[in-house]
Design a protein. Sequence first.
Length: 104
Amino acid sequence: MKSATGAGGPPLQTHGHDQVHPLYETAMGAAARAGNYPEFGTMQVTAAAGLIANADAHDLQVALDITLPELSREQAQHLVERGQAICVFSRALEGQIDYRLHDA
């Protein structure tokens, strides 16, 4: 993810990440229940959000760091993808969120 800076200067603004990841966690939980994952264990989602200077405007940049240590990489990737399809923020910000799945 790019740093949230304007013209190489200090960060412009970072906010909203405290609202993004709880909704995404809820979406992944719904995907797990729908996919008959009886228990997907401990989930960790952290978010970073910021504004990136883009000429005379600003673009929103969001990154979600996701860890699902009790699932195989394939199962975890499936939940990440399904969460994207379900989460209201993911749908609204399609193409602007970097989903980073980490191994435990």
